[in-house]
Design a protein around this ligand. Structure first.
Ligand SMILES: C[S@@+](CC[C@H](N)C(=O)[O-])C[C@H]1O[C@@H](n2cnc3c(N)ncnc32)[C@H](O)[C@@H]1O
Length: 218
């Protein structure tokens, strides 16, 4: 999954994003969405941070949740709105142009579930900290935080191997998009630091992609 660094390039062509991400992840990202949606109950209020083209947000809305997807890329959001319309869930999902830096505008204890897939790796360390502090505030006590992202593996040899595999994609992405993503460091520890209780962590074989399920502690 070292190709996730390629994400910044895919975001430059949002109309091809869904196809490319499905191809590159050999459908594995879809399995992540399904696992995350299994935690969501009909009627719950859900926030998807960095929703992109809205696949996960729409799946949650199809399950009967009331969903808000936020993202800073207006073209990704346009596609998300079209997809919601086609799926017949426009009533249950809204897509808003809004960055992590504006999360303070959301009300306290507003959401039952907050999800974020492959967005934290596009944020600076400071933005990640800010996002987690805001999530702590806007998620209801006992609410769930579901984050899946590219992370730095813990083992030394895996770290070296991933660094080398990633380097090619990183250079290519920088040439094409003038930007690249950064694997998130110590994601579970970061989440815990903000008062969440880790319920489960699922790692891929290389340990460089994590799915974290955490509960908002008291
Ligand atoms: C790799 S895409 C992932 C999209 C989607 N979550 C998915 O699973 O396909 C990352 C998304 O995060 C968005 N993003 C990056 N920085 C952001 C920020 N500061 N606030 C909100 N969204 C952001 C990008 O615009 C992009 O759509």
């Amino acid at each position: 999954m070292s190709f996730y660094v390629f994400m910044k390039y895919l975001e430059k062509t949002p109309e091809r994003y869904d196809f490319a991400i499905c191809l590159l992840s050999s459908g594995k990202l879809n399995d992540v969405y399904k696992r995350f949606v299994s935690y969501i109950e009909p009627g719950q209020k859900v926030l998807d941070i960095g929703c992109g083209t809205g696949t996960l947000a729409i799946m949650a809305a199809l399950k009967g949740a009331k969903v808000r997807g936020i993202d800073i890329n207006p073209r990704m959001l346009e596609i998300a709105r079209e997809k919601a319309e086609k799926s017949g869930v426009s009533q249950n999902v809204e897509f808003i142009e809004m960055g992590v830096g504006e999360l303070y505008t959301e009300g306290e204890n507003s959401y039952d579930v907050i999800v974020s897939v492959l967005c934290f790796s596009e944020l600076s360390e400071q933005e990640q900290d800010f996002a987690l502090s805001m999530i702590k505030k806007i998620l209801k006590p006992g609410g769930l935080l579901l984050i899946a992202d590219e992370t730095v593996p813990t083992g030394f040899f895996k770290r070296i191997l991933i660094f080398k595999l990633r380097l090619f994609f990183k250079i290519l992405t920088f040439i094409l998009a003038r930007s690249f993503t950064r694997p998130v460091k110590n994601l579970p520890e970061k989440i815990k630091k903000y008062g969440f209780e880790i319920e489960s962590i699922r790692k891929n074989k290389m340990g460089n992609f994590l799915e974290v399920v955490a509960k908002n502690g008291p």
